[in-house]
Design a protein around this ligand. Structure first.
Ligand SMILES: Cc1cc2nc3c(=O)[nH]c(=O)nc-3n(C[C@H](O)[C@H](O)[C@H](O)COP(=O)(O)OP(=O)(O)OC[C@H]3O[C@@H](n4cnc5c(N)ncnc54)[C@H](O)[C@@H]3O)c2cc1C
Length: 385
């Protein structure tokens, strides 16, 4: 391993946050090392899933809507440049149960910011999407330009492009830095030292393990199950464009995607699961989780009532107390940054987050108060979805 060298910045963690941060720093001419214990978007990482939704709606949380609005063209431009079709413009359909809930806040915010949307009545929904049994859904909000990012492959592509721009990728597990002031180097589990002018710890759900005193009670990794159900043979109703990605916060807190790349209809419950260890946690789905997902799919799509599970995954959210990201300096080190807290919604923002962190490191400037460590509490009360 290259230990004699001093990098401008060492980024620890090659998930979506670390990969984009390293890439954006390299595009600003910085000499960057990117390190990961298990590899870019590995199976344990939060970014290692098949697919992630990119949507603009965040209720009245304008800051994340603005970030998503900037992220989508950055992702698309990146995929066009590398000639990889890793964005699926499926549209994202919000299924609303009330007229004064989250979806109405989305309509107001998206309307104000000029995001194209379509408001669909119950009758419109029934006509346009006959494959749904809408139950208590009263209306819908469609974001026609939003869709799905092919997550694992996208992150690996970012790391590949970052390497072409000069980023040095190193496979190593980094230990918690000791001391205070200006950090000169970090040590790896293998005994090497990595020297750099600044350090970014983008360790996702591992942040509480890397910094147990600081973040052990401020980032809450939770176990989340994901299912892919096999669609009926030769039936186009569950593929795009017939079926968009959907979000049903109403009674089930569920979301799903159409049959993309023939992986099956994806369904997951967004409700936080139990605490989870990203290294050793059991990544086999539970019978209760399977039954809940199956019940949900059967209700929402009667034609999928007996559909077989064709794939399943266990991943983890890395939640902050309320769902706001963590982007701040380590309180003991002037040149160490803590970046994470994606909280089940972070993936889409990768390019913008990378840009934001790169700008803070190279240009300085105050950190948005909502991202600061001081706003991360030890009790969870989820407010950002
Ligand atoms: C089931 C599920 C569904 C989701 N759906 C969506 C969605 O639809 N839309 C959306 O926008 N977001 C979604 N998210 C959230 C999103 O995926 C995460 O917020 C995002 O991937 C977090 O990225 P990260 O880079 O912070 O963490 P990670 O991807 O976990 O990356 C952290 C990396 O750090 C490495 N690492 C850790 N410790 C060390 C160390 N000591 N030394 C070296 N390397 C280390 C790990 O190996 C890992 O690769 C979802 C998450 C899950 C789990």
């Amino acid at each position: 391993m290259a230990t004699g060298k001093t990098y401008d910045v060492a980024v620890i963690g090659a998930g979506v946050f670390g990969a984009w941060t390293a890439y954006q720093l390299a595009r600003r001419g910085k000499g960057v090392a990117l390190l990961d214990a298990y590899g870019p978007s590995n199976s344990r990482s939060s970014s290692g899933g098949e697919s992630r939704i990119i949507r603009m709606g965040y209720g009245s949380d304008e800051i994340y809507t603005r970030w998503a609005m900037r992220a989508l063209p950055l992702w698309k431009e990146f995929f066009e440049r590398i000639r990889e079709p890793l964005f699926h413009q499926t549209g994202v359909l919000w299924l609303a149960h009330t007229t004064d809930g989250y979806e109405s806040q989305c309509v107001a915010t998206l309307g104000r910011l000029g995001v194209p949307i379509e408001r669909l009545s119950r009758a419109d929904l029934e006509k346009q999407y006959p494959q749904f049994d809408l139950g208590p859904v009263t209306w819908g909000l469609l974001e026609p330009q939003s869709g799905v990012l092919t997550a694992r492959r996208a992150v690996q592509a970012v790391v590949e492009e970052a390497s072409k721009s000069g980023v040095e990728y190193l496979n190593a597990a980094v230990l918690e830095p000791r001391g205070s002031g200006k950090l000169a180097s970090v040590k790896t589990r293998g005994g090497d030292s990595i020297h750099a002018g600044a350090f970014v710890f983008a360790c996702g759900p591992w942040l509480p393990k890397v910094f147990p005193d600081l973040l052990g009670h401020r980032i809450f990794p939770t176990r989340q199950e994901v299912f892919f159900f096999g669609v009926p043979p030769g039936d186009p109703r569950f593929e795009p464009p017939a079926l968009p990605t959907w979000i049903n916060l109403g009674d089930d807190e569920a979301y799903g995607m159409p049959d993309l790349e023939h992986r099956g209809l994806k369904v997951a419950i967004d409700r936080h699961g139990p605490p989870f260890d990203p290294d050793w946690g059991r990544r086999v789905v539970t019978l209760e989780g399977l039954e809940e997902a199956r019940r949900y799919v059967g209700h929402l799509f009667p034609a999928m009532k007996d559909a077989p599970v064709v794939e399943s995954r266990v991943c983890q959210y890395e939640n902050t107390s309320n769902g706001d990201f963590l982007i701040d300096r380590h309180p003991a080190f002037e040149n160490v940054w803590l970046v994470g807290g994606g909280s089940g919604h972070g993936f889409k923002h990768g390019p913008v987050l990378g840009e934001y962190v790169a700008a803070r490191i190279t240009e300085g400037g105050a950190v948005e108060p909502r991202f600061r460590l001081a706003t991360k509490e030890e009790m969870q009360h989820r407010a950002v979805f």
